[in-house]
Design a binder for this molecule. Sequence first.
Ligand code: LFR
Length: 478
Amino acid sequence: MTAVRLAAVDVGASSGRVMLAHIGPGLVELTEAHRFRNEPVRIAGTLHWDVLALYRGVLEGLRAAGPVAGIGIDTWAIDYGLIDATGALLGNPVHYRDGRTDGVSERVAKQLGPERLYATTGLQHLPFNTLYQLAAAAGTPQLEAAHQLLLIPDLIAYWLTGEVGAEITNASTTQLYDLRRRAWATDLMTDAGIRSELFPPLREPGTRIGPVLPALDLPGSPDVMAVGSHDTASAVVGVPAADEHFAYISCGTWSLVGVELDAPVLSAPSRRANFTNESGVDGTIRYLRNVMGLWPLQESLRTWGTTDLPALLRQAAEEPAFRSVVDPDDPTFLPPGDMPARIAQTCRRIGEPVPDSPAATVRCILDSLALAHRRAVQQAQRLSGRHVDAVHIVGGGARNDLLCQLTADACGLPLLAGPVEATALGNALVQARALGVIGGDLASLRSLLQETQQITRYEPRGDTAGWRAAARRLGWDD
Ligand code: LFR
């Protein structure tokens, strides 16, 4: 086979897309077959994913893509749908930004022991990890009636093929997966009062899940393939790095900032710094931190009712540098809402000047994000011992020129921006390799991206002392 057409389904927190990839030796082309909005819905106080609308978007996209040899699915991590013994969906999946886990994670982590949790799962403490969501849902009729729990990409794959399973890169984000044994952490489940039978067999990225059900009548009757179904796992495959001395920032709603390792880092300093060890494609470890990402900016635009981001970014570039900075990871920024007001309140609380216009607010958000990128890149190196001489930024953030320049400046390192669609590319490359169209390890997949994708280089502009002083204002020492 010389080249193949594949569908990469990539559903993010604000939109989903079905990308058509054409891949072969020396060839990587990507076009968008279909894009659809992902609009969470609040019902009776609980924030849900509209998963049926997402599934409809996926089907429309697969029809628009035409005949393909394979379909790979990736979405955000952690969240799940429950199915009963007949395979029916039990309610709409709850959004990880819902408040049901408020206060739960501290209680459960204390009960199970933070050291044990980290030693077994290697995972950072995020208040909405699957473990805590299940603890919050304990005793609900839905959970009692559940036969199986399927993470979102596995749920979509189930609807397409009738096959149940749990793809490993995403399973590793539940805080119920034993990182070193590469198996479900059934002891943890038992001690947390969670039924281990809920969890389906694990599957590796690069394996075949099954053919699309004939009743769906999709063109070409393709196979659904397991890829890095956690979007961040696919995004990291799609980082066009030349060697292992790189840090990555997968920048969309979240910024996932870290390095790729062969073995986890489970030290006490790593746990205290809240670095995570998620399982990657080919047995790699995504050693990273969740930084709040573009979410505060997206929510600010929604609050202002504006879509003209380019104009705001031009104005923000004229604002004075690091006039106001905040910690983007402050929990106040996690739930949906009026971010400009929350930024103003936070500035007031910590004694930073309150931004007095939308442009000043945007500049505060981007300076703060660049500063958080700097901090995570430095910590990742220090905690893992991996030296980094370039930072790659992929995802939507790679086309935000101001953010890219500020991140290069803050990190004091060259920043390589692109591809924007690294996730879909990582998804499609793993499929193409599994189908035997291309060969090789992650390094050779990445060199294919270096040959074929557009990458923009930003050089740091040198105000190291200014960035260091801004970091110190937040109590971040480096
Ligand atoms: C990014 C992402 C992150 C995960 C967050 C919530 O889209 O998958 O990796 O921590 O969403 O699932």
